[in-house]
Design a protein around this ligand. Structure first.
Ligand code: IMP
Ligand code: MG
Length: 175
């Protein structure tokens, strides 16, 4: 079986949306500095594009998490594969993600980051699949709400492929 990628959100549509979110964040954080916490690997592409559209001072840090084995997945426990380089204490933090699906990863991550004493903590995601939500997560900035389809591009992968696509595509399988 091989897969085919059908364009779903064109590059200019995604770029326009990122400009919009950047402008909103710039207005919301006027007079402040924002600290973007990018969730690797998928969130990295969106984070970099978003950072370029924010007009208040920006700092960026990266972290990488992975779900523990199957048994604990339902509990939403995630393992930190790469932690942040800097402390977030007292900072206005925005976690930047590629997609919120079940919400398990984010709900665990946000609780963990909240314990580290940021001044504020918000969540920004390029894509949201609300139909798939298992754990409630408050999303402050959303690019696009999408149906329950497996998507790739703009950082999102299928088996580590297609992260580099400049648009969002839906994976279709064919014989
Ligand atoms: P969850 O919200 O904890 O279920 O997990 C979200 C993570 O699952 C995302 O950060 C992605 O890495 C991955 N994921 C969920 N849906 C998709 C998709 O449609 N394409 C690619 N990765 C996805
Ligand atoms: Mg992710």
């Amino acid at each position: 079986m091989s897969e085919h990628i059908r364009e779903y959100l064109a590059e200019d549509v995604v770029d326009a949306k990122i400009c919009e979110i950047g402008a909103k964040i710039s207005a919301d954080y006027a007079g402040k500095q924002v600290h973007l916490v990018s969730v690797l690997k998928g969130g990295a592409f969106f984070t970099c594009e978003l950072a370029k559209r924010i007009t208040v001072p920006v700092s960026i840090d990266f972290m990488s998490v992975s779900s523990y084995g199957k048994d604990t997945k339902s509990s939403g426990v995630v393992k930190i594969v790469k932690d942040l380089d800097e402390s977030i204490k007292g900072k206005d933090v925005i976690v930047v993600e590629d997609i919120v699906d079940s919400g398990r990863t984010l709900s665990y991550l946000l609780a963990m980051l909240q314990d580290r004493g940021p001044k504020s903590l918000r969540l920004c995601t390029l894509l949201d699949k609300p139909d798939r939500r298992v754990v409630d997560v408050k999303v402050d900035y959303t690019g696009f709400q999408i149906p329950d389809e497996f998507v790739v591009g703009y950082g999102l992968d299928y088996d580590q492929k297609y992260r580099n696509l400049p648009y969002i595509g839906i994976v279709e399988f064919e014989e």
